[in-house]
Design a protein around this ligand. Sequence first.
Ligand code: CTP
Ligand code: CA
Length: 227
Amino acid sequence: QEFLSQRGQLAGKRVVVTAGGTREPLDPVRYIGNRSSGKMGIAIARAAAQAGAQVTLITGQVSVSLPQDANIHPVSALTTEEMLAAVQEAFVSADALIMAAAVADYRPVKVAEQKVKKGHDHELRTLELTETVDILRTIASAKRTDQLVVGFAAETEKLLDHAQEKLASKHADMIVANSVAGVTGAFGRDDDQVTILQKGKDPEKWPRLSKTAVAQRLVARLAEQLK
Ligand code: CTP
Ligand code: CA
């Protein structure tokens, strides 16, 4: 009921949302990935579309099906490089970006063209990795003043300290901090307990809510700040 009044709040706005985990190939059949399900990003895309926005939903690997909605435009971007390119292209004409994706932090230096065989060579016993580009930082540090950028922080310890650090270092307007530790951690679940961080404001701890409800609240907050 509370959110019926949300209809139209983002009318005329363009929102880019990333969801799921990026994955980095080792060879044609193997990759490094993570346990992100995509549920939170997809919930945000749905909530933004319900509020009247045109949504570009950029997905890495997800373990749930994508929404069928005339106002949600899906783009697939499996690697971090692909996701950066897709975000850059969509963000130019967007009002806001929400980086809910769990982006790989490292990728293999070498990607084998053919499947690496066991026994004959030992290429996969030790992996040489290099850092991936930070999409959130890249986009947020170059954004226009009329654009909003929201990041997430996935932590297993010292949640607030680490999330505050990310708010500052990534130039995000908002960080949604959540725990990814243990069985109550956000990965794969249908609910989440988040804390909202914004520059100059006290952290706001939200109760444990369904990801749908978290998404609706986030969208309401976004709409307020885009006014
Ligand atoms: N992120 C990104 N590009 C990356 C890594 C992360 O855009 N290469 C974004 C995520 O989508 C998220 C935010 O940055 O919105 C924070 O991600 P997180 O993994 O919590 O933080 P990192 O900065 O990657 O630091 P660490 O994993 O070491 O905690
Ligand atoms: Ca990370």
